[in-house]
Every structure is written in structure tokens, then in C-alpha cells.
Design a protein around this ligand. Structure first.
Ligand code: SF4
Length: 624
């Protein structure tokens, strides 16, 4: 998702009428993970019953409020913790497991309620589902933000919308959308009052709550998507209340995400002033063109996750002042040197993507044509190189504040990450040129550890080093980031088969590009000689991509590849959490847990979409 500040969506936001005021063990020969303190996560997708009577719903709600009073509110729930509390809570009130999703929503509500009510009206968003509309006669049309209600009065949407707008809320009529958290991360709102079915709310739990966004949710009585109903009094119960708190109760990473975003927005020109492309005319000149395109590529597109990691690591290792300031904290600003080092991480990352897109001949990145498709091969290689140079210059600029030793250590860390990335990329290209069909899952994972982990490692290490804690975490960081990067890459491989459209827009590109993925290695390892031969033919042949993809998917499914890959992600997650468990510093440990929860978030089964759903689902705009 493009999070650039200067996009049509952002402009419309300001004027739109719609938005107003375990699994089987895989034979990988690696050490078994140390004991894990955190519980394994499980899907609750089959546990989403809503109690049928208002009386029962009310009694569960009241009991949930009492239960939540005893909860530690100093930091956001993880999904595992919320599920554990949900189960304990249901047991304590003698209600069935089928209400788990409902119970988790209720507990989440009362965890956050005081902080939601302390959010000023003009800093809140009311999120309504379009399925509340009058199914037959609704005259409203859809735009990029969802349903543009005309307030005809035929359904309750108009009532909520009118009153919420009067109070100063921003109102969105859509069942969650990528724009929801974009609105939050870009700083437009600090809290969400949401009405949605449990399917949508389950996704929101993984995305919104763990980031530290004060939220209050009212579950629809069903997930049927048409003429749905809800307990309307629950909406009015919080819609019109504002109860300030003397100080924030719960930590939040949202202000740090916003700070990372501002580096590439309001601070961008000051932190890296243009030299050769200050005017439009200069930008079109041969001498100014490279700088102009490189700056545009750096400033636009991407979710600023790696710079966020650097800022968050620095903050966590220096006491966690900003993460502790609460979800609505303003004035979260870092020194220019810290900001420039965080920007350098993004410059290196963007450079690697430019070169990776060339090597894979990918068509799209950040929803637009890849750089080499726009400008040609030579200029794109050159711009990637330029971004690498820019990254080193940005780090060097931190020398005055942090001194030569720390600056050189960061440079060393970056150069090591760079070399390892190139080794991983080189190994993949070598396999691609001359495939070794005896390659194993372990071979694939080694490539992943080289290709994907170094960027996380460099980002985390830079933050710790600037905080003067580089040596303290020197052993932990590479081990932790290896698990993070490997798990993240396997998740990406799975998404490729699911048609993840965020970056590449064309599903199955990786699968057909003869990449030595762990999925292919698992399929080869778990299949008969006959199937291995067929897989090889599929991958090495050309033409009829649809048939090849279909056949490969069938063979992968027969070999249990997708299940085994999910087990590997679970394993990476467990190992990363075990490493985090050993960290003494609370703020650093919590950051590591947060990284595991966001980078390795399990894919939750999508509810079956109805024709009117428009595919709008919530997505945390940080990893990418
Ligand atoms: S009030 Fe709005 S959403 Fe409801 S039927 Fe009328 S136009 Fe449609």
C-alpha cells in the first residue's frame, strides 16, 4: 500500500463527503527451540457465535467489564493474551467456547474503553458496515472510502453518521479498509468506534489492538452481510461520551509509526536537501534526473516499517519515553541524526527492491510500475546504486551526535547486511540459472536468512547502537532477526499463492519464476520420483501459466506443502519469542514481541465475500 503523503486518497480525505469531520513437524535439521513463555496462537475463525438473546449479550458484557478491571493495562494485548483471557473468562461465567470471538471483543472493549472515551471526538473515527443499509432502496453510491451515505433516513447509518459528524467524528461506511489504519498512522484520528461482524473484528484484533489503538467495537448479530442488526444502545453508550484521563494508561507504537512516516514527508526535504533537482527544470535535466527519481522513489511508497524499527529500538533502549506516551501522543520527534539513520535503512531497503525487481523482472511495486519498467534497465540500476550511496551518506551525517565509533559500527552493520543480502540474492540467481533439483528446505531457508533477515537486523541494530546498547544486544539481534526474516519470507511465499496483490499485483509470479522457494523444496522432499519429475517439468516449461500454476498448486497440496510451511512459520515465531523472553529490559522485550506479532502475524481465513463487500479489509500499514 502506498503511504505517500501526496496521493489522491489523502487529498480526498480532507474534503470527502464520506469521511467527514502446529502443525506437523518438518524435517529441518536445526536446533530445537528453547521453551517459550508465550502461548501458541490459534485461529478463532470457527468460534464466532454471537449470543442469541439481548439478555445473554448484556450479561456477558457486564461480566466482561468486571473481568477487565483486573487486567494489566500498561501495554496492549497480544492476540494470544486476549484469546487466553477470553477462554478463562468464558470458563468463569460457564459459557461455551463458541462465544470466544464475542468474548474477546468484549474484553478488548473494556481494556480500551477508558482510553477510547478519553479521545476527543474530533480525534475519533466511527466505522460503520455498509451491510446496515437498506438492502433494496439505498440510493448511496460507493467511492474509494466505501459507501457514501446520502442520509435518506431509511436505515440507522444516517442516524449514527449525522450525530457523529455533529460531534466531530470522522465517519467511514465500510467494513474495515486499508485506509482505516492509514488514517490512523497518518495522524488523522487516535481512536476507533467500530461496528462490524466478528469475522472482520477478528482481523482487527490482530491488526489494530496490538499496535495500541484505543478501540471500542460493537459486533453485528450475524455475518450475513445483508440487513444485519446490532445492539444499537451499545453504540449510543459510547458515541456521545468524552471522559478525559489524567495520563495515558497503555503504551502504543502508533506515535512511533507516525514519526517514521514524517521522516519521508514533512522532514524529508530538510533532512536530505536536494542538490541537483531543486526546480522542475533542473529535475528534468540530465544532471538532475537521477536525484529526482531517486528522491521520489525514496519518499513515496512503502510502509516505513524498517525506519519504524530503528526509531522504536532507539526509543525502547533509551527508556521507552515515546512508546509510553500513549496512543494520542503528539510531538514524538527524534534528533535529526536518529532520523537520518532511520532514513538510511529505508534507502538501503528501497535500493535492494529496485535491484530485486530488475533481477526478477517484476512488473509492479507499491501499486505502480517498477522503476526499470518506467525508466529502463540502466537508469534503474543506477538509481539503486544512488540510493545505496545516499544511505551511507545519511549514516555518516550522524557522526557529530554519536561520534565516530558508533557511526562506524552502524556503517559496519549496514555493510555486513548489504553483503549478506547480495550473497543470498546471488545464490538465488545461481540456482535459477542452473537449478539443483536436490535442494532441500534447509538450503532454501539459508537463502532466506541471507536475503530477508539482514534488513531487519540492520534496522534493529542501528537503533540499539545509537542508544549506546549495541554491544548488549549484539548476539540477540542476528538470532532474532534470522527467525523474523525467515518466517516473513515464508509468509510472503504463501501470500504469492494466495494472490497477495499489495506489491506485485500479479499472483503466482514467484511460483513461475523458477525461484528456489521453501515451498518447492518441501514439495520435492515430500513427493515420489514421479511427482518430482512432474514438478520439474512444470517449473522448467513455458507457456499456459494458468494450467501450470493450477497443476503445481495441486501437487503442493498433495505434498502438504502449505501446511508444512505454516508449521515452519510457527517455528520461527516460537524461536523469536523464546529469544525475546530472555531480554531483561521490559521496553525492548515488548518491542520484540510486537515485531513478532506484526511481521509474523498469521493469515486469518477471510470470510466469504459477498458481491457487495468490495474486498475492503483491514491491513496494518507497517510491514512491506
Ligand atoms: S440512510 Fe444512507 S446508507 Fe441508509 S439507506 Fe439511506 S442512503 Fe443508504
Amino acid at each position: 500500500m502506498d503511504l505517500s503523503n501526496d496521493t489522491p486518497a489523502t487529498h480526498s480525505l480532507q474534503s470527502s463527503t464520506t469521511i467527514s469531520s502446529d502443525l506437523p513437524r518438518v524435517a529441518i535439521e536445526e536446533d530445537d527451540p528453547a521453551p517459550v513463555k508465550r502461548q501458541r496462537r490459534r485461529s478463532t475463525s470457527h468460534l464466532k457465535l454471537v449470543p442469541e438473546t439481548l439478555e445473554l449479550r448484556e450479561s456477558i458484557k457486564v461480566a466482561a467489564e468486571r473481568y477487565a478491571e483486573s487486567l494489566d493495562k500498561s501495554r496492549p494485548f497480544s492476540r494470544d493474551e486476549l484469546e487466553r483471557h477470553g477462554r478463562e473468562f468464558l470458563e468463569s461465567i460457564d459459557q461455551p467456547e463458541g462465544f470466544l470471538g464475542f468474548a474477546m471483543v468484549m474484553l478488548g472493549n473494556f481494556f480500551w474503553k477508558r482510553q477510547f472515551l478519553a479521545t476527543p471526538f474530533h480525534r475519533r473515527m466511527l466505522l460503520l458496515p455498509h451491510c446496515l443499509k437498506h438492502a433494496e432502496g439505498c440510493p448511496a453510491e460507493y467511492d474509494q472510502f466505501g459507501l457514501d451515505c446520502e442520509k435518506c433516513g431509511a436505515c440507522s447509518i444516517a442516524d449514527y453518521k449525522v450525530r457523529a459528524e455533529q460531534l466531530g467524528y470522522k465517519v467511514l461506511v465500510a467494513e474495515g479498509s486499508p485506509i482505516v489504519l492509514r488514517i490512523i498512522v497518518e495522524g488523522y484520528v487516535d481512536g476507533i468506534l467500530g461496528v462490524a461482524c466478528l469475522n472482520v473484528l477478528e482481523k482487527a484484533i490482530d491488526k489494530v489492538l496490538i499496535a495500541g489503538v484505543p478501540s471500542y467495537a460493537i459486533p453485528l448479530h450475524s455475518g450475513d452481510c445483508k440487513n444485519t442488526t446490532l445492539d444499537e444502545a451499545w453504540v449510543w453508550d459510547v458515541l456521545e461520551k468524552y471522559e478525559p484521563l489524567p495520563e495515558p494508561e497503555t503504551t502504543s507504537y502508533v506515535p512511533l509509526m507516525r514519526a517514521a512516516g514524517r521522516l519521508f514527508d514533512e522532514h524529508f526535504d530538510r533532512l536530505i536537501p536536494r542538490l541537483r533537482s531543486k526546480t522542475a527544470e533542473q529535475a528534468r535535466s540530465p544532471l538532475g534526473l537521477t536525484e529526482d527519481v531517486a528522491y521520489d522513489w525514496l519518499a513515496n511508497g512503502g510502509k516505513r516499517f524498517r525506519p519504524f524499527i530503528t526509531l522504536a529500538a532507539y526509543d525502547a533502549a533509551t527508556g521507552g519515553r515515546f512508546v509510553s506516551a500513549g496512543p494520542g501522543a503528539q510531538n514524538v520527534e527524534f534528533s535529526d541524526s536518529v532520523g537520518r539513520v532511520a532514513m538510511a535503512i529505508e534507502a538501503f531497503h528501497k535500493a535492494s527492491l529496485v535491484h530485486d525487481d530488475i533481477q526478477d523482472d517484476d512488473l509492479f511495486r507499491y501499486g505502480r510500475e517498477t522503476l526499470h519498467r518506467q525508466h529502463g534497465l540502466g537508469p534503474a540500476i543506477n538509481i539503486g546504486d544512488y540510493l545505496i550511496g545516499m544511505g551511507y551518506r545519511l549514516i555518516n551525517a550522524a557522526r557529530d551526535e554519536f561520534g565516530p565509533d558508533i557511526t562506524c559500527d552502524i556503517l559496519d552493520s549496514m555493510s555486513t547486511a548489504h553483503i549478506r543480502l547480495c550473497e543470498g540474492q546471488g545464490a538465488e540467481m545461481a540456482w535459477n540459472d542452473d537449478p539443483d533439483w536436490n535442494f532441500t528446505p534447509l538450503d532454501a531457508l539459508q537463502i532466506y536468512a541471507l536475503k530477508t533477515s539482514p534488513a531487519f537486523e540492520a534496522a534493529l541494530d542501528a537503533g540499539f547502537r545509537m542508544a549506546g546498547k549495541g554491544e548488549l544486544y549484539a548476539e540477540l539481534v542476528p538470532q532474532f532477526c534470522r527467525q523474523l526474516g525467515v518466517g516473513f519470507q515464508i509468509l510472503n511465499d504463501l501470500k504469492d499463492w494466495q494472490g497477495d496483490n499489495d506489491n506485485k499485483l500479479v499472483a503466482g509470479q514467484d511460483a513461475l519464476a523458477l525461484r528456489p522457494t521453501v515451498l518447492l523444496a518441501l514439495a520435492m522432499q515430500g513427493s515420489t520420483e514421479e511427482v518430482r519429475r512432474e514438478l520439474r517439468e512444470i517449473y522448467e516449461s513455458r507457456g499456459d501459466e494458468g494450467r501450470r500454476l493450477h497443476r503445481a498448486r495441486r501437487l503442493f497440496e498433495q505434498a502438504g506443502v502449505f501446511t508444512k510451511a505454516e508449521a515452519l512459520i510457527d517455528k520461527s515465531r516460537a524461536r523469536a519469542e523464546a529469544l525475546a523472553d530472555e531480554v531483561e529490559c521490559e521496553t525492548v522485550r515488548q518491542l520484540l514481541y510486537f515485531l513478532v506479532d506484526t511481521v509474523l502475524a498469521p493469515e486469518i481465513e477471510e470470510p466469504e465475500m459477498q458481491p457487495e463487500d468490495h474486498g475492503l479489509m483491514l491491513s496494518l500499514p507497517v510491514v512491506g
